[in-house]
Structure formats: structure tokens, C-alpha cells
Design a protein around this ligand. Sequence first.
Ligand code: NAP
Ligand code: F7E
Length: 356
Amino acid sequence: MSGRKVALITGITGQDGSYLSEFLLDQGYEVHGIIRRTSTFNTDRIDHIYIDPHSPDAKLFLHYGDLTDGTTLRRILEEVKPVEIYNLGAQSHVRVSFDSPEYTVDSVAMGALRILEAVRDYQQRTGIEVRFYQAGSSEMFGKVIEVPQKETTPFYPRSPYSCAKVYAHWQTINYRESYDLFACNGILFNHESPRRGETFVTRKITRAVARIVEGTQKKLYLGNLDSKRDWGYAKDYVKAMWMMLQQEQPDDYVVATGETYEIKEFLDIAFSHVNLDWHDYVAFDPRYLRPAEVDLLIGDPTKAKQKLGWSPSVTFEELVKLMVNADLINLNLPTPDGSQREDNTLNRRNFATIVD
Ligand code: NAP
Ligand code: F7E
């Protein structure tokens, strides 16, 4: 690889994009991210690492673009000349993908193809290698055929989102084999953090716990509580993405903890952490059910452990508690174990903007 450490991230404003940016900046990278123009600021998760680009210390740069806009993606690639691209951008909500299937597939499946095409042309024209990471998902296993799921387990996607991720997965392999691209698929199982989007079940629960303690929420409405997920900590998972691109050869890896828990078990730990019983607060609302559900996910991370030297650092119970603590701190409430602010995205002094 060239010594020039320049990375381009799609989805930089998301949970993973923000942790990956912090990680890459710590490694000495110049980081470029693609953001969407919105009428209100959407950069809360990266404001704390953003420095005005007029400053000589600036190492994080933002560009307006969209995965549905191939021309702009190509232009950004030409401008930035990255040596690594992390394709994290996506309409990533499974339930929402049933409501907006066309848009989901456009951003997730066609978005990956647009970047792969841009990289292929750029690399062929310049001879400069660009390493590519595709954010694959355990949702691709869907209706599971094998337990636990590993790299060779067949896919059986159960949503527009996961069908689109399967397409992106196979195009990544196709471009690796056809055009000799250094392209890797990470098949990441659910990973969470205090920066998790508020409508995913884990964060919805931990946020509700804090609001119930505060007295501003009475009930928590949820859908199917019987599904099981292999939940890890997002900060650990972004490191695995980077590790994949530092190997001698491109390859695909499952990233998971190897443990699975029911949503009810998440509820147990989250509510009992503040001495409450979830049965007193949780109510059922069918609007949160999906037309097709993924019942059980549990990953086998053996390959990532052996080849990348990756392993998770946070247990399930620690993860639940750190998320509840962060949401309590967000509301200026004390934490049961006295822990302090874990996350640095909450003191918003900066706005990461490009054209102001
Ligand atoms: P997230 O928090 O939902 O972030 C998604 C990012 O994609 C945001 O920056 C969002 O921008 C951006 N985005 C959405 N539509 C876009 C478009 N049309 N063009 C460009 N950018 C767009 O997701 P995450 O949890 O960080 O996950 C990162 C990636 O890993 C996603 O591809 C997701 O599908 C995948 N994944 C996630 C998990 C998980 O458990 N978290 C597991 C496996 C795979 P805005 O901020 O403007 O909305
Ligand atoms: O649902 C059930 C729901 O939306 C988990 C994304 O990051 O991980 C995520 O997808 C489970 C499902 O995550 C509610 O039916 C019950 O069984 O938190 P979730 P997900 O669908 O697993 C994968 C790996 C990704 O790739 C995705 O991008 O929880 N559930 N009640 C609920 N889920 C939500 N969201 N809200 C509820 O009220």
C-alpha cells in the first residue's frame, strides 16, 4: 500500500461512520466523508472531531453527495484520491425498507455498484490501488439455514434491505474477481452503542429507560420480543473493517460475538439496571412488526479472530448497561454505578458544515 493514508467514508454521519472516523484519525489518516445536504444539521455524531477546514490542523473533510448520485461519487473520488474507501452509507432500517423498498435498494444495492464502477475506472486509468470495504449485514442470512452463521452459510434474505445487501455483497466479490480490486465484505452482526439510531430496538429501549426514570415517558411500545440477535459494541466492529483492508489479500469476514440473546433479555438487564421491572412498562404495538421476521442470528467469528486477530471487548451485559448509562447522562440523571460520560458526541459546540 502507498504511505499516503487518505480514507473516504460514505455514511460518515451514521453510528459506524463516526466511530470509524475517530479510529482512522487516531491512526494518522486524512479522512473524507460524504454527507447529504439536509435542511437541519445532521452531523451530531461527528461535530466533536470536526475542525474548520481553514485550519492547518484539519484532517477531516466533508463533501456533499449521495449514493443515488453516481456522477458526484465519481467527482469526489477524483478529488480525494483515497487509498481506502469504506462504503457504510445506507437506508439501514429493516422495517423502513418494507415501506420504501425502491429507495432502499437504490441506496444500498445500486449505491455499492456505483462506487465499485467508479473505483474500477479510477484504478484502471491511474494504476493506483484503492481498497474497498462493503458494509454487509447478518440480515443477509435471514431465515437461517445453519447455526451459527459463518462466511460459507447460504444467504436467505427476508427484507428489501437484506436483498439489497446480498446484491452489494456479490457485486463486491464480482468486482474483486473480474477487475482485481482489493474489495472486502464485512458481514457484521448487530452492533450498538450510545450513538445507535434512536429507532433501533436497543437504543429505543435504553432511551425509554432513561425517560421513564426522568418521569417523561410512561410506556414503551414494541413489536416482536421473541427474536434473537448477536449484539456487539460498534466501536469494536469498526476496527474489524479497517483490519480487513490491511491484509495481504482481500477476503470476506463475519464479525460477531458468537452469543445470542432475546430482546426480552435486553429488556431484563436494561430495566433492572435502574431497579425497574420491564413488564410494568412495555406494551405491544403491531406497527413495529415486519412482514417477514428474522428470528435468530448468531455469528461464528472464528475466521476474523484467526486471520485478523480481532475479538470483541465488551460483553452483552456491559453493552446494555453502558447504553442505559449514556442515555441517563444525556438527561443529566445519575447512573446507578456512578459511571461518567462515555460518549463525546453530546457537547455540541461545533457544526460540521461545508458551505455556510
Ligand atoms: P446508520 O447509523 O443508519 O447510518 C447510515 C449512514 O448512511 C448515515 O450517515 C446516512 O446519512 C447515510 N445514508 C443514508 N442514505 C444515504 C444515501 N442515499 N447516500 C449517502 N449516504 C446515505 O447505520 P450504521 O449503523 O452506522 O451502519 C453502517 C452501515 O453498516 C450501513 O450500511 C448498515 O446497513 C450496515 N450494517 C449495520 C449494522 C449495525 O448493526 N449497525 C450491522 C450490519 C451492517 P444521514 O445521516 O444523512 O441519514
Ligand atoms: O430490530 C425487533 C425487530 O431494528 C431488532 C440494522 O442495523 O441490524 C439492524 O437490523 C429486532 C427485530 O435491528 C421493535 O422485529 C421489536 O427482530 O434493532 P432492529 P435489525 O432489524 O436486526 C442489522 C444487522 C442491520 O444490518 C440493520 O442495518 O427487534 N423489534 N420491537 C423491534 N425493532 C425495532 N426497530 N423497533 C421496535 O419497536
